[in-house]
Design a protein around this ligand. Sequence first.
Ligand SMILES: C[S@@+](CC[C@H](N)C(=O)[O-])C[C@H]1O[C@@H](n2cnc3c(N)ncnc32)[C@H](O)[C@@H]1O
Length: 301
Amino acid sequence: MADLLYGSPAPGLVEVPAGAVQCSPLIPGATDLAKVADGSAEGATVLAPPGTLERDFVLAQALRALKPGGRLTAFAPKDKGGSRLKKALERFGAAVGEDARRHHRFCFVTKAKGLTGLNEAIAAGSPRIVPAMGLWSQPGVFSWDRPDPGSLRLIEALPPLSGRGADLGCGVGLLAQAVLRAPGVEALACADVDRRAVECAQHNLDDPRVSVAWADLRTPLPGVEALDFVVMNPPFHDGGAEDRALGQAFIGTAAAMLRPGGACWLVANRHLPYEAPLAAAFKAVTLRGEGGGYKVYEARK
Ligand SMILES: C[S@@+](CC[C@H](N)C(=O)[O-])C[C@H]1O[C@@H](n2cnc3c(N)ncnc32)[C@H](O)[C@@H]1O
């Protein structure tokens, strides 16, 4: 394998070798870094994620995948883990060069003998059953080690649904699991942009009514249409910056996938301005629950 790339660096931030293979779990279709053979990559350019377990997992996987003498360039914004990157790499026994530019820290490692702790970091960042949810999850996925309070609020408010539906941004499947308790649900199309979440959801939702897709839901899932219902706890963070447009795009996607008269059940943080896009995309919007900083809406197409 030639070079690896993990993440989407801002244009001009770092030089990425031509033909580098994308390994981010957040880019549908990308290669799974964990499946790259040991010692096979010429180089790796890694936009390191901020969470400690996730970051160490990714750095350890990249070092494992590099061939001897291969070069790792790992970088992150200073205030999102960049200032801790050098220490993290040194804990693996690596000699680390460091540079700072455009509010980022850059670390350089040439793979040499004597790296330690890679297997431990990989084990600590791998999927496992999380007791607080009784579900498979993995560090790095949304609310990976506890149920999200917004999703719990939506679960409380949901009536038993029926017919064919979708869970947009399904995560590891917490909400979908609750929806599937209703015997009237005939089919549930789940989708998420995070491959790790999708793989966990596939384990967690072992039900013949379920399909799980790795997809960006800013556009509708191909071939999934005229649905009776959609449930969603739409994302409102994209790369750490609040991105209301993402939630608004989910509203458009839900409306496009529903049949006339179909219902979209949505939970959102109370401060998010979703009333206007909901009113624009649906015939009737009803507030079905409020509390704990969240609002639950039922929107009828
Ligand atoms: C607020 S979480 C809800 C997770 C899950 N439904 C639950 O109940 O725990 C939003 C989910 O949307 C996913 N997501 C973010 N951007 C997305 C996109 N563009 N397309 C599809 N899914 C996306 C995230 O990975 C995350 O799992």
